[in-house]
Design a protein around this ligand. Structure first.
Ligand code: SAM
Length: 230
């Protein structure tokens, strides 16, 4: 978007490691259970690159509380960090339905959910996320859907998630900047990354133009869109 269309000049502070540490130090610290799961995930090596970063975890818990969410769908469980962040923000009786097409890290996730005292609020569903979402079509409306799985299927997750939300419910999409390549997918080095960036670009445009939603994209970590269903 041009400066004229956006109203004024771009105001942005690039976040380097020092500034990120300052951001984290200026955010309510993660509780011991979240810290322990972050450390355990870090210890897994390369897979840790996929985990939701701490500043986003704090935001997910806050959004859950602000929205008064009782039912959350978490698409992409990995080691269970986002599920734990949502569970932390739920009132008693609330639930997180978290899904993944792999249960490789489920024991690790469950051990930490139990340690945090929230395992009874988290319902893990194994299988393709689209199948899990389709199976929820007849269930009571959902308060928040978080999309953080395979990027090529974001259009499907977006299509399936919006009808599941109650009015006032939130659709939260992660990695919407795709390492910055959304503005020029052709510049991404790898073919999969180029395809993902092109898909994210289409989803971002669709969300912004969707009359059912009011959306804001935040440049936090790899970009997070928060959209409220009207
Ligand atoms: C970025 S990670 C999720 C990170 C997680 N939300 C967290 O809190 O750290 C993406 C996850 O999506 C899962 N995934 C990939 N394709 C999927 C699909 N088609 N259906 C369900 N899960 C999928 C992967 O197995 C992986 O665990």
């Amino acid at each position: 978007m041009s400066a004229a269309a956006g109203g004024g000049i771009a105001k942005h502070v690039p976040v380097n490691q020092v500034l990120r540490e300052y951001l984290l130090a200026s955010t309510t610290p993660p509780d011991p259970a979240v810290r322990a799961l972050i450390a355990a995930t870090d210890g897994l090596g390369e897979v840790a690159g996929m985990m939701v970063p701490a500043e986003q975890l704090a935001l997910l818990t806050l959004l859950t509380r602000i929205a008064g969410a009782r039912t959350v769908i978490d698409i992409g469980t990995l080691t269970g960090l986002s599920a734990l962040a949502f569970a932390r923000g739920l009132p008693p009786g609330g639930r997180v339905i978290t899904c993944d097409n792999s249960d490789r890290w489920l024991d690790l996730a469950r051990a930490h959910w139990q340690g945090a005292g929230v395992a009874d609020r988290i319902d893990f569903r194994l299988g393709p996320a689209a199948r899990t979402l389709r199976a929820m079509a007849g269930e009571p409306a959902v308060d928040l859907v978080f999309v953080d799985a395979d990027k090529l299927n974001y259009p499907t997750y977006y299509d399936l998630a919006v009808p599941l939300l109650r009015p006032g419910g939130l659709l939260v999409l992660d990695n919407v900047l795709l390492d910055g390549f959304v503005t020029a997918p052709e510049l991404a080095g790898e073919s999969l990354q180029r395809r993902c960036a092109a898909v994210l670009r289409e989803v971002n445009a669709a969300v912004a133009a969707d009359d059912r939603l009011e959306a804001v994209m935040l440049p936090i970590a790899d970009g997070l869109t928060i959209a409220r269903k009207r």
